[in-house]
Design a protein. Structure first.
Lengths: 158, 96
């Protein structure tokens, strides 16, 4: 009673137990495109042999794009992990959590280095995650040849 | 920081312990004696100047990680990073 009287004297303020906006729009496509871009930039950097100003300038620009897109892979996968995939998905696909973690690690290494092996591993990881994503959506994932210069595949669904 | 304040909660991220529309008491006094610990529920001022209420999930150098109990529907340190000590207003005491 005393407590109730005391608390009633306090003015009510607002606090938010904030939720994300449940937009429901998630897509593993962007991570794959970013991974293809990282592969392509790594190819182009490795193919640049010149030491003239133009070559140095081009390598600088390609490195910037490689870093930006590798960062995008990390962001896109973190969004899928934190916002889309739920406990039941991680139970149904017990390797999913590790797969996301490893792919983010590969993306991070691909950002820091000029390493085709890790760039391809980051791409393979985004493809495997995309396959799981589409399965959780109840559609059948398919691998199709991309139209990108990397000549790699992209996972979509039918 | 504040001695004692009454807050009405908007949002679902602290369910089931604190539901949307419920009222809680928050006080800075417990933090005079002991810094926020893991599992404490704290009210803090966000970077966009709103008061948020979340549970401390980690104590890190220079701040705290906070998460909603309702992990499937919570905007928290997974998105906005650590909360600085100066942002923390007080500790959740009980529901009214």
């Amino acid at each position: 009673m005393i407590l109730k009287t005391l608390t009633s004297l306090l003015s009510v303020r607002t606090a938010y137990a904030h939720c994300d906006i449940p937009c429901g729009i998630y897509d593993p496509h962007m991570a794959q495109v970013a991974a293809h871009t990282v592969v392509r930039m790594t190819q182009l950097i490795l193919d640049t042999k010149g030491t003239d100003s133009k070559s140095i300038h081009n390598v600088s620009r390609m490195t910037h794009v490689k870093e930006e897109h590798a960062g995008r892979i990390e962001e896109e996968l973190e969004t899928l992990r934190n916002d889309y995939f739920k406990d039941e998905h991680f139970k149904e696909y017990p390797d999913l959590e590790e797969l996301i973690k490893d792919t983010i690690d590969f993306a991070s290494k691909a950002r820091q280095n000029i390493d085709m092996d890790v760039a391809l591993k980051a791409l393979a990881g985004t493809q495997a995650i995309a396959e799981i994503f589409y399965k959780t959506k109840g559609v059948t994932p398919v691998r199709v040849k991309s139209v990108y210069p990397t000549l790699g595949e992209i996972v979509t669904y039918k | 920081m504040l001695l004692l304040a009454r807050f009405k909660i908007y949002g679902h991220s602290m369910e089931p312990q604190i539901g949307d529309g419920e009222e809680v008491l928050v006080s800075e006094v417990p933090f005079w004696f002991k810094k926020p610990q893991i599992n404490d529920i704290v009210a803090f001022v966000s970077k966009d100047n709103k008061v948020l209420i979340k549970r401390v999930s980690g104590v890190v150098r220079g701040g705290y990680y906070v998460q909603g109990d309702n992990r499937e529907d919570s905007l928290d340190s997974r998105r906005f990073g650590k909360v600085l000590p100066k942002q923390i207003m007080g500790k959740f005491i009980f529901k009214l």
